[in-house]
Ligand binder design. Structure first.
Ligand code: GLN
Length: 218
């Protein structure tokens, strides 16, 4: 494989390598997202493990992180990534701000296992906690910054979505009820009303179709 890495056009694949390549091609032909096939996804210069049950981090979430970092205030200590999935937001923020105490929350045990593996593999000290955001009752935890990319896709958008996403990525991380698409945003704002410090901020990723409604919520 090292010869392949060096880009040698005359390299002849070993039998094992050829089998692996053919297996990967079969998975791709069946619509498996490329990142699941290779088991990793590049996100803000981090190589994150991903697999079925975890949303593949998207470039728009990288933009969210760049925005948070561009506007960060010096008074931030504790940061929450609500609906963390692979841990991408929490881990990228920790990589950039090693002094922040960062915690990621998710309802999915499968996602949390991946997030913890990613933290461990990258030697980034982020803690993760299992939490159904919609059931979150006031606890005494406090934070200075909430960053969240919660589910926000409408079921009516399925028609324009690729089967790679629809048949392979977790619906739990993507879809919200058509009749209450901001359910996560409302709940996170409610949580913030008791847990966020006075000068604290919330940063959301949002469905472009729901921007006006989200502004109206604030
Ligand atoms: N941006 C993702 C997509 O386009 C959705 C992420 C989310 O639901 N929070 O599939």
């Amino acid at each position: 494989a090292s010869d392949v890495d060096k880009g040698q056009p005359h390299y002849v694949l070993l039998h094992e390598e050829e089998k692996r390549l053919n297996d990967l091609l079969d998975e791709l032909i069946l619509g498996c997202p490329f990142q699941y096939c290779i088991g990793t996804s590049r996100f803000m210069e981090l190589d994150l493990s991903v697999g079925p049950g975890v949303l593949i981090p998207r470039p728009e979430t990288e933009e969210l992180i760049e925005w948070v970092l561009a506007e960060k205030s010096a008074s931030i200590t504790t940061v929450w990534d609500v609906c963390t999935g692979s841990g991408c937001i929490a881990l990228a923020l920790k990589k950039a701000q090693s002094d922040w105490l960062i915690k990621g929350f998710d309802i999915s045990k499968q996602a949390l296992a991946v997030a913890r593996k990613n933290a461990n593999d990258l030697s980034l000290e982020v803690s993760f906690e299992e939490k159904n955001v919609l059931d979150w009752s006031n606890n005494r935890q406090q934070c200075d910054l909430i960053v969240s990319n919660p589910p926000y896709v409408l079921p009516s958008e399925k028609i324009k979505m690729h089967t790679n996403v629809l048949e392979h990525e977790p619906g739990l991380a993507l879809f919200v009820p058509e009749e209450d698409p901001l359910v996560f945003y409302r709940k996170i704002i409610e949580i913030a009303s008791t847990c966020l410090s006075k000068s604290g901020c919330i940063y959301f990723e949002i469905n472009p179709l729901l921007v006006e409604e989200l502004i109206a919520l604030g």
